[in-house]
Write a protein that binds this ligand. Structure first.
Ligand code: AHR
Length: 531
């Protein structure tokens, strides 16, 4: 009798629990109506918005990309095969190298030829820099992953001649002494340098310059540092990117004002195609938020902070508009991402952090902001590609794991070189303590494949979202794609559990031309519409 009673009691508890969960899910789902104006295409979403950044910093290059040809880790000419395969799959449009702060102390001659100079890396832990990964290895890596080179020259601590020689060495087609040296080092054909960075953070680690001093120096560099590649003379010309702001404070609005005002009056002898902007998601310096082992407070606070990217772009775009109304100069956000406290037990100068579901949501929010400003923002480089800050990939000796941020970049592939399509939606609100954020975010574009692609981020970590997609004038039959979520805001992929946060298939139901999707809390979803 008592056994029957206990079974009865247990089943009643189970049913009650199930009912509670179901009711909760039903009652608490937010309803989001998204209307897509598919017949009003906007700006191109440049594929360069999905660029990467690889600096000589910690294990970003050494260990992350370069293991050397004699390593037991499978490699092609010293470059990790697993990392190459993973990066190939996300069609990295360009990689910014060799820094960062490192770039303004980098001397390219140390990294070419059979014998390399062994130097130091004073910015990042003062460790030995073996220079085994130099210009040839970088270009080989670029080639292996099918990307393009964004090379930053040393404007801070060396001469214009050094940078001019480097470019001649890399790009000359005619038989100059430097071209012959390049051939002797294994590459007779000129390299393609798609983008050239004229210094890095010259207001800080790049030389503590005033905007006026930087401007004078930058003009000399843009004139003399030439690309000689015959294939880049008419089309495919190298884009020169000047140092721009690092935030919204007065000193940075002054910086943008100074450079852009000069650009407005520039003569034939100097030119730029882009102005860089750096903006990390960090609540205060030095960064002390944990990258794993945090809760909803830190989730809400970091995401609130990251949304400031929008205002920052607007602020600097407004200055650019004054002097460049035709938007010839692109704003290139070539360092962005979350910057947290270094993982305990790691070298403080190596900027090692974990990458969680929160970072996936953060990445989607930023990519959507860039897409909405794609008429001016035509490039962005997340910091950094491997083992540093908000990385795509983490490695430890022969092991490799793909982060939640990696999967967002993969899911966003259809947006590379797509055409922005306006969406309207009721974002609702997600409130947590003192923080109020939108409940959802959404973005849409017509892909190069002709399909209509929609991204929806459910920021709310507690409530699912019932999404209704309406596309006036389009007979939408269904929508399907992938969604990324996980049980906790700080869920991560580890070497032992690499598939904890991976995209899963999702599809809609359709009724009367309206598509319905049910999105999990704290999720990133990309679907294409079947017409
Ligand atoms: O990405 C790390 C560092 O952050 C870069 O070297 C520098 O440009 C920025 O301050």
């Amino acid at each position: 009798m008592s056994a029957i009673k206990s079974i009865f009691l247990r089943s009643s508890i189970c049913i009650a629990l199930l009912l509670f969960i179901l009711t909760r899910a039903f009652v608490m789902a937010q309803t989001v109506q998204i209307s897509i104006n598919a017949h009003q295409p906007g700006q191109k979403i440049d594929r360069n918005l999905f660029g990467q950044f690889a600096e000589h910093l910690g294990y970003g290059i050494y260990g992350g990309i370069w293991v050397g040809p004699d390593s037991p880790i499978p490699n092609t000419r010293g470059i990790r095969k697993d990392v190459v395969a993973a990066l190939k799959a996300i069609h990295v449009p360009n990689v910014r190298w060799p820094g960062g702060c490192f770039a303004d102390e980098y001397h390219w001659r140390n990294g070419i030829g059979p014998t390399r100079e062994v130097t130091l890396n004073p910015n990042w832990g003062g460790v030995i820099e073996p220079n085994s990964f130099g210009a040839h290895e970088f270009m080989d890596f670029i080639d292996q992953i099918g990307s393009e080179a964004y090379v930053s020259v040393n404007l801070g601590s060396d001469t214009v001649k050094e940078a001019a020689d480097w470019l001649e060495y890399m790009t000359a087609g005619q038989e100059t002494t430097l071209q012959k040296e390049r051939s002797a080092n294994g590459h007779p054909a000129p390299y393609k340098i798609a983008l050239l960075g004229l210094g890095n953070e010259s207001w800080d680690c790049g030389g503590n310059m005033t905007p006026e001093y930087y401007l004078d120096r930058m003009k000399i560099f843009t004139h003399f540092v030439r690309n000689y590649n015959p294939a880049q003379q008419d089309k495919d010309q190298m884009q020169k990117i000047a140092v721009g702001p690092g935030g919204g404070e007065q000193r940075w609005t002054d910086w943008t004002e100074t450079v852009m005002k000069a650009y407005g009056q520039h003569t034939w002898s100097w030119d730029i195609s882009g102005l860089s902007m750096h903006n990390y998601t960090v609540v205060k310096w030095p960064p002390d938020f944990k990258s794993v082992g945090f809760g909803e407070d830190e989730y809400a606070q970091i995401l609130k902070k990251t949304l400031e990217m929008d205002d920052l772009i607007k602020r600097h775009s407004a200055i650019m508009d004054k002097y460049d109304p035709e938007k010839k100069v692109a704003l290139i956000v070539d360092e962005w991402g979350a910057w947290y406290a270094p993982l305990p037990g790691t070298h403080q100068g190596f900027l090692v952090q974990q990458n969680s579901l929160r970072d996936a949501v953060l990445a989607a929010l930023n990519l959507n902001i860039f897409a909405r400003h794609a008429d001016r923002v035509r490039g962005a480089n997340i910091a950094q590609m491997i083992n540093v800050l908000q990385a795509m990939i983490l490695t430890e000796k022969e092991k490799m794991v793909l982060t939640p941020t990696y999967y967002v970049f993969k899911m966003y592939l259809p947006f590379q070189d797509s055409t922005f399509v306006p969406v309207t939606f009721n974002a609702g609100t997600y409130k947590h303590g003192d923080f109020t954020l939108p409940g959802v975010d959404a973005m849409a574009a017509r892909g190069k494949d002709g399909r209509l692609w929609v991204e929806i981020t459910n920021i709310d970590p507690n409530q699912p979202a019932d999404v209704e997609l309406k596309i006036p004038g389009v007979n939408a039959k269904s929508a399907s794609g992938e969604t990324l979520s996980a049980p906790k805001v700080d869920s991560i992929n580890s070497f032992d559990a690499p598939n904890a946060v991976v995209p899963k298939p999702i599809s809609s139901t359709a009724q009367g031309g309206k598509l319905s999707l049910k999105l999990e809390p704290k999720s990133v979803t990309v679907v294409s519409v079947e017409q």
